[in-house]
Design a protein around this ligand. Structure first.
Ligand code: HEC
Ligand code: HEC
Length: 162
C-alpha cells in the first residue's frame, strides 16, 4: 500500500528529471533588479494555466525545463507543438507562441505520449525492476528512449549476422 502510493511521484520524477529540482530552487530565489538591467536577470517563467497531464503544481521554470527535454528528445523546437498567436507580435515582428493554446495536434499527441511514458515507468518498468531485485534501477523510460532526437522513433535495424 505504502509503496503504491509513492508511485505517481516516481512517475513524475521520471518525466521531470533531476535538473528540475535544481531549477526550482533558482525559481524561488528572491528577485532583485540587477545593475545590468532586466536582460541579466535569471529568467523566471510564468506559472502554467492549462496543464492537463503534467502535475498542475509545477512552477513555470519546471515546465520550461521539461519542455527543453521534449525539444531535445524529438529534435524539434517549441513551435512544433505550440501554436503562434497572430495577435501577440514580439519585438522581432514575428507572432509569439501561445503556450496554453491546444490548437496544434502535435500538442495533443504529446499529451498522450506523456501519459504513456508515465504509465510505462509506473506500471511496467517498475514491476519488472521489483522482480529483478537489482540494487540499481535502470534509468526511467523518457521521450528520448524511443524518439532518439527524431519526430518519429527511428526503426530498429538489427546488426547483420556473421
Ligand atoms: C513535443 C511537444 C512539445 C514541445 C516540443 C514543447 N512543448 Fe510545451 N507543452 C507541450 C504539452 C503537451 C503541454 C501541456 C502539458 C499538459 O497538458 O500537462 C505543454 C505546455 C507548455 C507550457 C504551459 C502552458 C500553460 O499555461 O499551461 C509552456 C509554458 C510550454 N509548454 C512551453 C514550451 C516551450 C518554451 C517549449 C520550447 C522550449 C516547448 N513548450 C516545447 C508540448 C510541447
Ligand atoms: C515507447 C516509445 C515512445 C516513447 C517513450 C515516447 N514516444 Fe512519442 N511516439 C512513439 C511512436 C511509436 C510514435 C508514432 C510515430 C508515427 O506517427 O508513426 C510517436 C509519436 C509521437 C508524436 C507525433 C509525431 C508525428 O509524427 O506526428 C509526438 C509529438 C510524440 N510522439 C511526442 C512524445 C513525447 C513528448 C514523449 C515523452 C513524453 C514521447 N513521445 C515518448 C513512441 C514513443
Amino acid at each position: 500500500m505504502r509503496i503504491s502510493s509513492l508511485l505517481p511521484a516516481s512517475g513524475a520524477v521520471a518525466l521531470l528529471g533531476a535538473a528540475v529540482f535544481v531549477c526550482a530552487s533558482i525559481a524561488q530565489a528572491p528577485q532583485t533588479p540587477p545593475a545590468g538591467g532586466p536582460a541579466r536577470q535569471p529568467r523566471s517563467y510564468p506559472a502554467p494555466t492549462n496543464l492537463q497531464v503534467l502535475p498542475k503544481d509545477l512552477t513555470g521554470n519546471q515546465v520550461h525545463e521539461i519542455m527543453e527535454g521534449y525539444e531535445a528528445a524529438l529534435g524539434k523546437h517549441c513551435n512544433y507543438c505550440h501554436a503562434t498567436d497572430p495577435k501577440n507580435i514580439g519585438p522581432n515582428g514575428r507572432p509569439r507562441l501561445n503556450f496554453a493554446s491546444d490548437e496544434k495536434d502535435e500538442k495533443k499527441m504529446a499529451r498522450i505520449m506523456i501519459t504513456m511514458t508515465e504509465d510505462i515507468n509506473k506500471n511496467y518498468v517498475k514491476k519488472v525492476a521489483d522482480i529483478d531485485k537489482m540494487p540499481e534501477m535502470a534509468p526511467p523510460v523518457t521521450c528520448g528512449t524511443c524518439h532518439q532526437g527524431h519526430e518519429d522513433p527511428p526503426e530498429f535495424k538489427p546488426a547483420p549476422e556473421h
